[in-house]
Design a protein around this ligand. Structure first.
Ligand code: G3H
Ligand code: 13P
Ligand code: ZN
Length: 332
C-alpha cells in the first residue's frame, strides 16, 4: 500500500452518509479540474459548514493529471484547517471504469471510489463492482456502484437514452456486491442539456420547466433497501441566470435545461445522500470569464478573470449547500 487516505486528512463516506440520511440532507459532490475550482469548493463548504466530497473524473485526470489533483486535494484540506474549517472532506474517484483505475486511486490516497459498471450487462456489473469492493474495503475505502443508465454523456461513454434503475434489482445488487452507496437513474443526466425543449413546459418567465424526476422509482428503491445511501448523478440545475450571462456576453448556449432546485431539495430529504454537481460550476466560471472579457477587453491577467469566477463559484456553492442540498450548518 503506497499511501492511505487517513494520513492525508480525508475521510471515507460512511459517517457522512449516515449523518446525511438521518438529517435528511445530501452531501455535495463537486468536481474539480483546477486550482480555482478546488479553492472555491473548500471555501464554500468551510464557510457554510458543510461536509464535502471532492470528485475527480476521467476527464479531470486526463486534463490535470491524477497525482497533481490528489496533491491539490491534500493541500486544500490543509488550507481548510489553516483557515479554521473543520468539515470532513472525502476524495472520490468519479465514474471509475476499471478495477485497475480504482486500485491506482486507492493506492494514491483516495478515500472513496465509484466503479461505474452500469453500461455492462447486470452480471458483469455485479462481478466488477464486487471485485472493487473486496479490494477497497481492505483499506477502509468506500465504494459507489451504479444501476441504471443516465442519458447524455458519462465521461466517454454515450448512452442513447435514460434507462431507469429497476427497483427489483437493487437488493440483489447491494447484497452481492457489498457496495456502500448506489447511484441510480430516475431522470437526471449529465451536462447542460438534460431535456429537449419539446419535453418541457414554459413557466410565466419563459423558463423551460422539465418533466419531474421519477420519485416513484426512488420510493420503490427505498422500500427495498431501507436506510441505504442513494446517489444522484447529473444533478446540476443549469441556473438560467448564468446561462443568460453567457449568452448576453457572446456565448451561444441554446435551450440548456437542468434539474429544478426544488426537486433536488425533495430528493435530498429522502435516501439520496450524495448529489453530484459539475456542469453548474462550469457554467458559473464561463459566465464570469465572458463577463470580464466583454467588460474589460484589455484584460490579460488570468487572475483578473479567474478570480471573479472563483468568487462567484463560492456564492453558487454556498447557495446549493444552504438552499438545495441542506448540507449547510451540519458540522461544528
Ligand atoms: O460525470 C461527468 C462529469 O461531469 C465529468 O465530466 O469527464 O468531462 O470531466 P468530464
Ligand atoms: P452534472 O453534469 O449535472 O453537473 O452532473 C455531474 C456528475 O454527475 C458527475 O459525476
Ligand atoms: Zn456522474
Amino acid at each position: 500500500m503506497a499511501v492511505n487516505y487517513k494520513d492525508l486528512g480525508f475521510v471515507n463516506t460512511t459517517e457522512m452518509f449516515k449523518k446525511a440520511f438521518e438529517g435528511h440532507y445530501a452531501v455535495p459532490a463537486y468536481n474539480f479540474n483546477n486550482m480555482e475550482q478546488i479553492q472555491a469548493i473548500i471555501t464554500a463548504c468551510g464557510k457554510s459548514k458543510s461536509p464535502v466530497i471532492l470528485q475527480v473524473s476521467s476527464g479531470a485526470r486526463k486534463y490535470a493529471n491524477q497525482t497533481l489533483l490528489q496533491y491539490m486535494a491534500q493541500g486544500a484540506v490543509q488550507m481548510a484547517r489553516n483557515d479554521g474549517y473543520n468539515m470532513p472532506v472525502a476524495l472520490h474517484l468519479d465514474h471509475g471504469d476499471t478495477f485497475e483505475l480504482c486500485v491506482s486511486c486507492i493506492e494514491s490516497g483516495f478515500s472513496s471510489v465509484m466503479i461505474d459498471g452500469s453500461h455492462h450487462p447486470y452480471e458483469k456489473n455485479v462481478e466488477l463492482t464486487a471485485k472493487v469492493v473486496e479490494y477497497a474495503h481492505k483499506y477502509d475505502v468506500t465504494v459507489e456502484g451504479e444501476l441504471g443508465v443516465l442519458s447524455g454523456i458519462e465521461d466517454d461513454v454515450v448512452a442513447a437514452k435514460s434507462i431507469y434503475t429497476q427497483p427489483e434489482q437493487v437488493e440483489d445488487f447491494v447484497k452481492k456486491t457489498g457496495v456502500d452507496s448506489l447511484a441510480i437513474s430516475i431522470g437526471t443526466s449529465h451536462g447542460a442539456y438534460k431535456f429537449k425543449p419539446e419535453q418541457c413546459t414554459k413557466n410565466e418567465k419563459g423558463v423551460l420547466v422539465p418533466p419531474p424526476l421519477r420519485f416513484d422509482i426512488l420510493e420503490e428503491i427505498e422500500k427495498r433497501i431501507p436506510g441505504f445511501p442513494i446517489v444522484l448523478h447529473g444533478s446540476s440545475s443549469v441556473v438560467p441566470e448564468y446561462v443568460n450571462i453567457i449568452n448576453n456576453n457572446g456565448g451561444k448556449l441554446k435551450a440548456a435545461v437542468g434539474i429544478p432546485a426544488e426537486q433536488l431539495r425533495t430528493a435530498a430529504k429522502s435516501a439520496v445522500c450524495k448529489i453530484n454537481i459539475d456542469s453548474d460550476g462550469r457554467l458559473v466560471m464561463t459566465a464570469m470569464v465572458r463577463k470580464v472579457f466583454a467588460e474589460k477587453p484589455e484584460e490579460f491577467d488570468p487572475r483578473k478573470y479567474l478570480g471573479p469566477a472563483r468568487e462567484e463559484l463560492v456564492k453558487m456553492m454556498i447557495d446549493k449547500n444552504e438552499n438545495v442540498l441542506g448540507s449547510a450548518g451540519r458540522v461544528d
